[in-house]
Design a protein around this ligand. Structure first.
Ligand code: SAM
Ligand code: SF4
Length: 334
């Protein structure tokens, strides 16, 4: 087993963990067809980490050399007092990138508070610019709220806001260029995400709708020439630039361009399970440590360091419809 320095997280394949994504809730006000089934049962509250526990997890990671924290969910903005948590995490020394992934619907209410509390970056998910289609894809979402949320985030001073779009064949692949043009008009970046087989969603078979990043890229390139860049936000996106705009176009391709070899990320679920890989079940129960040793940051850090050898070399997603990972995305925090 690799000897671990006490202040850094290095796995058995020499990858240093610099980025943690923390799911603050499994609940959501949307029911996106690729993420959830229509009828979802959510966790009882006692099983979800408290705000204090979540803040302590973030602190432990930053003390172990993690520079980037992203809050996600479920929908992070449906968690009560989320702005308090953001303020606690925003003041941690050593953090140089503090982000959130959100469906945007609550940003008209929260954008300014979040910015003031120290959040620096936002990813906002938007899969269609057509209100009816948007409603079908999210089952409950109101497109106008999300667009209002994007504008509120810009007005609050968030820079380099990034849109995330999951492209499904036959559902929204005809909107790829429109989404890029929207991002260009609004001065935003955009990443296209390949659908991942997480959870058995009732809406569709994954193999019917899978649309590879290469297909999406070809659709963009039919309108806009793309130049590859080496820019990174520590995340899994591969970025491209266009000559006539500041907008960056990213592709997140867990299937077609395996990004495991440079993976510097781990995840913590809303229940406090530390997941070492999105596509594998290896995990460690940090909630048990937090509740066995309340307030003891060293015990928590020791548990995180001890988990590193569990990080597998790679994931093994397939597109043939096999559901290999039984968790839904809202459990793991995309
Ligand atoms: N509710 C927030 C949102 O939608 O942005 C944050 C959580 S959501 C799970 C994070 C990201 O994961 C979203 O951009 C969503 O589109 C994406 N996502 C959800 N299920 C997915 C799946 N099965 N495959 C690929 N991306 C997925
Ligand atoms: Fe909710 Fe985000 Fe999942 Fe959509 S992708 S159901 S907004 S958690």
């Amino acid at each position: 087993m690799t000897q671990q320095p006490t202040d850094e997280l290095i796995d058995d394949f020499g990858r240093r963990v610099r980025y943690v994504r923390i799911s603050v809730t499994d609940r959501c006000d949307f029911r996106c067809v690729y993420c959830m089934s229509e009828e979802m049962t959510f966790l009882p509250r006692a099983q979800v980490l408290t705000l204090e526990e979540l803040a302590m997890v973030a602190r432990a990671f930053t003390e172990l050399g993690v520079e980037k924290v992203r809050l996600t969910g479920g929908e992070p903005l449906v968690r009560r007092d989320i702005d308090r948590l953001v303020a606690d995490i925003g003041s941690l020394p050593g953090l140089n990138d503090f982000a959130m992934t959100t469906n945007g619907a609550s940003l008209p209410r929260y954008a300014r508070q979040l910015r003031d509390a120290g959040l620096t970056r936002l990813n906002i998910s938007i899969d269609s610019l057509d209100p009816e289609r948007f409603r079908r894809l999210t089952r409950t979402g109101d497109l106008s709220r999300v667009i209002e949320g994007i504008r509120a985030a810009k007005a609050a001073g968030f820079e380099r806001i990034k849109l995330n779009a999951v492209i499904l064949k036959g559902r929204n692949d005809d909107e790829v260029v429109d989404l890029v043009d929207f991002a260009r008009r609004e001065g935003l970046d955009i990443s296209f995400i390949e659908e991942m087989p997480l959870g058995d969603v009732s809406d569709h078979g994954r193999e019917e709708t899978f649309c590879s990043s290469d297909e999406v890229q070809a659709l963009v390139e039919a309108r806009h020439a793309l130049t590859p860049t080496t820019e990174t936000t520590l995340g899994p996106s591969r970025y491209f630039r266009m000559s006539d705009s500041d907008t960056r176009v990213g592709f997140i391709s867990p299937h077609s361009h395996n990004f495991c070899s440079t993976c510097n990320r781990v995840r913590v679920t809303a229940e406090g399970r530390l997941l070492l890989c999105l596509g594998n079940e290896h995990s460690v129960d940090l909630r048990a440590v937090l509740r066995r040793h309340p307030g003891d940051i060293e015990a928590l850090k020791a548990a995180i360091v001890a988990a590193m050898p569990l990080k597998p070399e790679r994931h093994h997603f397939t597109t043939d419809g096999d559901v290999q990972v039984v968790r839904f995305m809202n459990m793991t925090g995309g």
